[in-house]
Design a protein around this ligand. Structure first.
Ligand SMILES: NC(=O)c1ccc[n+]([C@@H]2O[C@H](COP(=O)([O-])OP(=O)(O)OC[C@H]3O[C@@H](n4cnc5c(N)ncnc54)[C@H](OP(=O)(O)O)[C@@H]3O)[C@@H](O)[C@H]2O)c1
Length: 231
């Protein structure tokens, strides 16, 4: 396990299946880690101590004020409860997906002409949103960390518009135990969402890049391989 020295505080909003898994990866990687749900911290403290030892259960308000990087792992349909002011100026990693069964049938996410992360970026106007950790199921994140079940390190695709924050997100993905694959823009995050062949991908980097390059928007293949040359 690495140390917490000089590492940013990671805040995970949502303490369910994905949130507790990411909290575990975060503490294992040596990041100081906060986690919250919509309830008082005492309601999740026991589960957090078992599922993500070392992570601290806090309220959502404490999390948004103290964390330097915030991962959104709550139901997408609840996005309007996220504190825009609390997250202003921060890097926000959006791991949320649209499930109509959970999030409702008729809303801004139900017609997939845009990546849901673009809509989250629009809502969180003063934060920088990068899409990450949305395409792999929580059980695979857990099982594949590091060298993976089959001895092959697996990849997590990330999509964002701001090069500096995308680099930060890529570092986090690396530290959590995966290879980052960088998409050229936040809008390209639509290729990682439910309904896309990429959704659910649990693949090494080269295979994930091949899958991305096979998209009809084939120019993306070229851009993706260029932007990943050094990573
Ligand atoms: N499960 C996966 O494998 C997976 C993989 C990739 C992405 N995702 C996405 O990640 C998100 C979470 O999925 P999940 O499977 O972890 O769901 P989940 O197990 O139902 O957990 C959702 C968590 O969010 C909390 N929550 C609900 N409303 C909230 C709010 N307004 N503010 C803060 N926290 C809130 C819930 O607690 P309270 O209701 O008590 O507040 C709960 O702790 C979804 O958008 C999902 O599509 C899931």
């Amino acid at each position: 396990m690495s140390t917490t020295m000089n590492k940013p505080v990671i805040g995970i909003l949502g303490a369910g299946k994905l949130g507790t898994t990411l909290a575990r990866l975060s503490t294992q990687a040596g990041y100081p880690t906060l986690i919250a749900s919509s309830k008082p911290a005492s309601k999740i403290a026991l589960a957090v101590s078992v599922l993500a030892p070392g992570a601290q259960a806090v309220t959502a308000a404490e999390l948004t004020s103290q964390a330097q990087i915030v991962i959104l792992a709550l139901p997408l349909g609840k996005y309007q409860t996220i504190s825009r002011q609390g997250l202003a100026g921060k890097l926000v990693l959006d791991a949320m997906n649209y499930w109509w069964e959970v999030d409702g049938k008729e809303n801004i996410f139900s017609t997939p002409t845009h990546s849901s992360s673009e809509l989250i970026q629009e809502f969180l106007g003063e934060s920088t949103v990068v899409k990450a950790f949305n395409h792999m199921g929580y059980h695979d994140l857990d099982a594949e960390v590091g060298q993976g079940k089959d001895g092959q390190r697996k990849a997590i695709a990330i999509a964002g518009d701001d090069a500096a924050t995308v680099r930060q997100a890529a570092q986090l993905v690396t530290d959590f135990g995966f290879d980052p694959v960088i998409l050229p823009s936040l809008a390209d995050g639509i290729m990682l969402e439910p309904g896309s062949p990429l959704f659910g991908a649990d693949q090494p980097k080269a295979q994930l890049q091949e899958m991305l390059a096979a998209f009809p928007e084939s120019k993306l293949g070229k851009e993706i391989s260029t932007s990943n040359q050094d990573s």
